[in-house]
Design a protein around this ligand. Structure first.
Ligand code: NDP
Ligand code: MG
Length: 388
């Protein structure tokens, strides 16, 4: 569906109660002439979803955990807001005919089915849920080829690359350089990291984000996922993808071209810009959160990532070389292990161990279908769950 310049774009915010979801709704509230939140969804935090619905007045609210369905209805139906529950209802909501753009701001594997549905229905996607491309990048690429839908990256690194590529010939790209903050343990010795607790890992130096991605940042699994995400978003193979640690998080990523020139996108570490750029289908919105004071920055520094202390980073290369359902297994085992780490049931390096052992025990599928991904995810989660 195309909209005239004067009609607000109807957005479905999948994962509205989270860090990206609430920032998306901030932007929509500041620009009611441009965006209308039509659908809001959450996992299980019904009170937060109700609160957001009272404020933003969507047409439909959906909660994944159906034990909260009655409460959702009793709070929202008197306001004329339709309610639904369950994972299937979220996937349906992502693809409603009136939706112009689906914002995938849910966390982990739960982003896959809503994104598949939305692409199949021809919706544009503002993609925050990187796990969708990690789990099933090849499938998503195929679906996009057969659809009018387009993906606009929300992840700050991929938004940066997208911005750097504007006006450039893709054939002239020699390398994508993804920056990494290095996370809370960047300067810690391995022995100290080994006994770090979740509360230490949750203290990210530069970004305020949901718990799962914050732990992924501490292990650098997040960077491995972002390399895989870049592979599918930009069609660039592992040999032309690299990660560099840049502790200040001012340069959000870079593109190197055939003539040796490098373009970088810079800004304060704040997700409002990449979210707004994706919502606007690569059009800029006025009203920056904060301007970057260049003279206030003492220096911009860069370091090679240390794969001895952060072994999860090596999994990107392995996943891209092996392809098939490998990254789906890695993602599933990581989700289970991160949850266990957050509950203080395992140590920091057990996350990497559990992923590797799960990979050893899962069947490899070279060309998975959607149902192969669904099954692989379940089998890998079951296997990983037996390891602690
Ligand atoms: P949060 O944990 O803050 O929010 C996750 C959202 O997803 C919540 O609305 C949550 O609902 C919902 N949710 C959780 N589990 C399920 C489920 N099983 N089914 C349906 N909905 C569910 O995550 P973030 O906002 O930090 O991250 C969202 C995505 O964006 C992730 O893929 C992350 O990697 C990516 N991203 C995030 C960035 C950030 O700055 N936060 C930066 C770049 C990428 P409830 O509140 O009820 O639990
Ligand atoms: Mg990122």
């Amino acid at each position: 569906m195309t909209k005239t310049d004067r009609t607000p774009k109807n957005i479905a915010v999948i994962g509205a109660t989270g860090s990206i979801g609430t920032q998306t709704l901030d932007i929509a509230a500041r620009h009611p002439d441009l965006y209308r939140p039509l659908v809001l969804t959450a996992g299980s935090r019904v009170n937060e979803l109700v609160e957001l619905c009272r404020k933003h007045r969507p047409r439909l609210a959906v909660i994944a955990d159906d034990r909260h369905y009655r409460e959702l209805c009793s709070e929202l139906q008197p306001l004329g807001i339709e309610c639904a529950a369950g994972a299937d209802a979220i996937a349906e909501a992502a693809a409603l005919p009136e939706v112009d753009m689906t914002v995938t701001a849910t966390v982990g594997y739960s982003g896959l089915l809503p994104t598949v549905k939305a692409i199949t229905a021809g919706k544009d996607i503002a993609l925050a849920n990187k796990e969708t491309l990690v789990v099933a990048g090849a499938l998503i690429e195929r679906l996009l080829n057969d659809s009018s839908s387009k993906i606009y990256p929300v992840d700050s690194e991929h938004s940066a690359i997208y911005q750097c590529l504007q006006g450039e010939d893709p054939a002239q790209v020699s390398r994508l350089i993804i920056t990494a903050s290095g996370g809370p343990f960047r300067t810690w010795e391995r022995d100290r990291i080994a006994v770090a607790r979740a509360c230490d890992a949750l203290r990210h130096p530069n970004w305020s984000m949901g718990a799962k991605i914050t732990i992924d940042s501490a292990t650098m699994m997040n960077k491995a996922f972002e390399l895989i995400e870049a592979r599918w978003l930009f069609g660039v193979g592992a040999d032309r993808l690299s990660a560099v640690v840049h502790p200040q998080s001012i340069i959000h990523s870079m593109v190197e071209f055939a003539d040796g020139g490098i373009k970088a996108q810079m800004g304060v570490p704040d997700m409002h810009l990449p979210i707004a750029y994706a919502l606007g289908c690569a059009q800029r919105l006025p009203g920056a959160e904060r301007s970057l004071g260049l003279a206030d920055m003492a220096s911009l520094t860069f370091e090679e990532p240390d794969t001895d202390r952060f072994p999860c980073l090596t999994l990107a290369d392995m996943a891209l070389r092996r392809s098939g359902n490998t990254a789906c297994v890695i993602n599933a085992a990581n989700e289970v292990a991160v949850q266990a780490y957050l509950q203080n049931r395992i140590g920091f390096y057990d996350i990497y161990r559990i992923i590797c052992e799960t990979l050893d025990r899962c069947e490899y599928i070279a060309e998975p279908t959607l149902s192969d991904y669904v099954q692989t995810n379940q089998i890998a989660r079951d296997i990983a769950g037996t390891m602690f």
